[in-house]
Design a protein around this ligand. Structure first.
Ligand SMILES: *Cc1c(COP(=O)(O)O)cnc(C)c1O
Length: 432
């Protein structure tokens, strides 16, 4: 079934060519639009909350390059910082001052982080944090939650997140069963399942990794007390608690979800916003754990481009600008404007779809079931979502091309764009 207007001639031509040389024509699977049907469009330029495709179509963007673009696209301060840094050299492979400044900023902003190491992606951050937790505890077993996505390393691709989910292919080929056997996947928000597992195997569990607000199966929020329960049970059993805040870190508050919820994990993974749109990740936490990393300790971890000066200059400029603009307060206000508009539209249409939001992150689930875990999220009417998505895209509003993704607001989204979006979304829901 196809609801979309065909792509412009240049996007179509580029996609045909891309498919010839790139598997599926894309460098990351969710970009292929498989979850909504139709072909992806190619982008020429992005500025503020807008993107323009190669055929000149203008869109209001709620994907924000999957999270990093919290100031909007191509903010002047970040572009200038990139120019300034790049003029001095783009990579040294020797320590540079930006690394110290970034590490200091992270340790100041995120309450639980005493020491931190920079990497180049979220995947690298979670993969390294898990090796560190295993090296630190001398244990092998890992616990994660169904619907949480932590990048695509072997130990974590056991019940894969958003992309793999809607492809109907939750486990990836190529992951050895021996790896998958060491990872236990639990339903989110289920304290009984957690207690049962830890009672049976707590002494074997090196790490429990969680997105404190799971944002890769739509947006799911923890029930009151659930995150505290994770903290208590891992502390009791000597398990390292890892908060994967690659999505939520620096997006919801200076100190991420752990600041909002008052929970101190042992290790934290960061990415996305921290790089200002360039490839940056980080993992950090308790000094006694972090000091197990090489060269101080026995856990090996390295990276040719880790702490890259241009990438860190971009990330630091973005964090400073967020601070200067009192970003989190403004994002909450813009989020509220959007929320009121959405709830009003749903009321008018008599629709019981579930809306979830925290600050600048949101998801409208096309289901009347309350969503507390992946199982609940899967009750969504995907055909209705598809139709909604294409109607919005055809009318200049770009939401993520999957029901199982979080939407992002940036500081560049203004009242005018929110009103236009509400109009378009309202018409899209009426047309279902
Ligand atoms: C995006 C994401 C990752 C993976 O980050 P990449 O930079 O894509 O490797 C890991 N964890 C969470 C929570 C994410 O949202």
């Amino acid at each position: 079934m196809r609801f979309a207007m065909p792509n412009g001639p240049l996007s179509s031509k580029l996609f045909d060519l891309a498919k010839q040389y790139i598997p599926g024509g894309v460098n990351s699977p969710v970009r292929a639009f498989r979850n909504v049907g139709g072909d992806p469009f190619f982008v020429r330029r992005a500025k503020g909350c807008r993107i323009w495709d190669v055929d000149g179509r203008e869109l209001i963007d709620f994907v924000g390059t999957w999270g990093p673009a919290i100031l909007g696209h191509a903010p002047v301060t970040v572009i200038e910082a990139i120019h300034t840094a790049a003029k001095e050299g783009v990579s040294f492979g020797i320590p540079n001052p930006y690394e110290v400044e970034m590490a200091r900023t992270i340790c100041e902003w995120v309450p639980s982080i005493e020491k931190v190491r920079m990497v180049s992606s979220g995947t690298e951050a979670t993969m390294s944090a898990i090796r560190l937790a295993r090296g630190f505890t001398g244990r092998h077993r890992l616990v994660k939650f169904d619907g949480c996505y932590h990048g695509h390393s072997d130990s974590l691709l056991v019940a894969a997140g958003s992309g793999a989910l809607t492809h109907g292919n939750p486990d990836s080929a190529g992951v050895p069963p021996a790896f998958a056997e060491l990872t236990t996947v639990l339903p989110f928000n289920d304290e009984a399942a957690l207690e049962e597992l830890f009672a049976a195997r707590g002494h074997e569990i090196a790490a429990l990794i969680v997105e404190p607000y799971p944002a890769n199966a739509g947006l799911i929020l923890p029930k009151p007390g659930f995150l505290q329960k994770l903290r208590d049970i891992t502390a009791k059993h000597g398990t390292v608690l890892i908060f994967d805040e690659v999505m939520t870190g620096f997006r919801l508050a200076k100190g991420g979800v752990q600041e909002l919820e008052g929970i101190k994990p042992d290790l934290t993974c960061l990415g996305k916003v921290i790089g200002g749109g360039l490839p940056v990740g980080a993992f950090g936490g308790r000094a006694d754990i972090m000091d197990h990393l090489a060269p101080l300790g026995p856990v090996y971890q390295a990276g040719t481009l880790s702490g890259n000066p241009v990438a860190l200059a971009a990330g630091l400029a973005q964090l400073r600008e967020l601070e200067k603009q009192n970003g989190y307060v403004h994002l909450e206000a813009i989020g509220q404007v959007m929320e009121e508009a959405v709830l009003e539209v749903l009321r008018r249409k008599g629709l019981g779809y579930r809306w979830y939001r925290r600050g600048s992150m949101f998801c409208l689930f096309f289901t009347e079931t309350e969503v507390h875990n992946l199982q609940d999220a899967k009750t969504a009417d995907l055909a209705a979502f598809r139709k909604f998505f294409h109607h919005c895209l055809d009318h200049g509003v770009y939401f993520a091309p999957s029901q199982f993704e979080t939407g992002f607001i940036s500081l560049a989204h203004t009242q005018a764009e929110m009103e236009r979006t509400a109009e378009v979304a309202s018409a899209a829901l009426a047309a279902l």
